[in-house]
Design a protein around this ligand. Structure first.
Ligand code: SAM
Ligand code: SF4
Length: 332
């Protein structure tokens, strides 16, 4: 297949889609959802697997070659494995990655390996069971650790995502870096973003990417910067002799917008061309209104031609002033 390369209105190639397959979750991470959960979408409002597969084919035709399956918790959606098997076969899609909280994931790892899933991001903000239960409001760390071990054994490339928050898990930064001494994983520390589903998202953070790096450097002064892969959202580092790597993602400071190659589709089929926008096009409405593949292509192209320059501009363009959505509807 001839590979297209679509550029947005700021000259940035678009080749990566993050697809939220559900807004439901079995954890209640306080930075993502309120304790009582969010009002889940009725099932018929979610994109069906057929609709998602069709959209991925259309996007592959526009040069998108990388997909990340996220949510909510993707493994809560029934028959996810069959869907993954189908989309790993789409011509033009080279990489299918998954972000998961790891609670339900371990039994599926052999099949994920067999179908050629490229990498898995496992969300785990702490190695301490009590702190995990406080942050996620569920006592599930043992299952997540079991999943992590199985992922490492399977040799599927694995990254650990840890959101770093004042008063919650800053004491975990060093133990998580230490974990990379003997384990070939990348631990990525993420700045907290204001999408906690309460409408009371924060407007500032005390632990930004600089402070996280400083803390690591104090303990590991010989930490070295390593090259960042193209379009990486993380600044990447390694401690000499350690098997794994460390990444720091300035998700709130938004230092990576200049090379942003990604779009997002929410579980209800809303297109986001920036993490911080509030949805720029109702793709589900187009599909269910009978749009042809060509009409869908044109709609995507129109949206790519009107992308905000960065997360700050996207925020200014929002219809609401303060984000009230949960990250589980966005997909991270
Ligand atoms: N449930 C899956 C999981 O937790 O991995 C996938 C969806 S979750 C929304 C995707 C990623 O977003 C997770 O790594 C999570 O830690 C991150 N995330 C959620 N809310 C966030 C927030 N307010 N700030 C920064 N990252 C957040
Ligand atoms: Fe669920 Fe992931 Fe949100 Fe935690 S971060 S509540 S695991 S969707």
């Amino acid at each position: 297949m001839e590979r297209k390369q679509i550029l947005d209105n700021h000259g940035r190639p678009i080749n990566y889609v993050r697809l939220a397959v559900t807004d439901r979750c079995n954890l209640r991470c306080f930075y993502c959802m309120p304790a009582e959960g969010i009002k889940y979408l009725p099932r018929k409002e979610l994109l069906s697997y057929e609709e998602m597969e069709r959209l991925l084919r259309v996007l592959a035709g526009l040069g998108i070659n990388k997909v990340r399956i996220t949510g909510g918790e993707p493994f809560l959606r029934k028959d996810l494995i069959g869907f993954l098997e189908n989309i790993t076969q789409i011509e033009g899609i080279d990489k299918v990655n998954i972000t998961t909280n790891g609670v339900l994931t371990a039994p599926f790892i052999p099949r994920l390996k067999a179908m050629g899933i490229s990498s898995i991001n496992l969300s785990m903000d702490t190695l301490d069971r009590e702190r995990f239960a406080k942050i996620t409001r569920r006592d599930e760390l043992p299952k997540v650790l079991q999943c992590l071990e199985a992922l490492i054994d399977s040799e599927i490339p694995t990254k650990i995502n840890a959101v770093i928050m004042e008063g919650k898990n800053t004491d975990d930064i060093i133990p998580l870096v230490e974990y990379t001494r003997n384990h070939p994983v990348s631990v990525r520390f993420i700045e907290e973003m204001p999408f906690n589903g309460t409408g009371e998202g924060h407007s500032g953070i005390s632990w930004n990417h600089r402070k996280i790096l400083e803390t690591i450097k104090n303990q590991f002064p010989d930490i070295e910067k390593i090259p960042d892969p193209p379009n990486s959202t993380a600044y990447n580092y390694q401690i000499p002799g350690f098997k794994g790597e460390v990444g720091i993602i300035a998700a709130f400071s938004r230092t990576f917008c200049g090379t942003c190659n990604r779009i997002r589709l929410t579980a209800q089929g809303m297109l986001k061309t920036c993490l911080y926008d509030d949805g720029v096009m109702d793709i589900r409405g187009l599909i269910r209104g009978g749009a042809s593949d060509e009409e869908l292509e044109n709609a995507f192209l129109q949206a790519f031609g009107n992308r905000a320059k960065n997360g700050y501009e996207a925020e200014e363009r929002r219809s609401d002033q303060k984000p009230s959505e949960s990250m589980s509807t966005i997909g991270g």
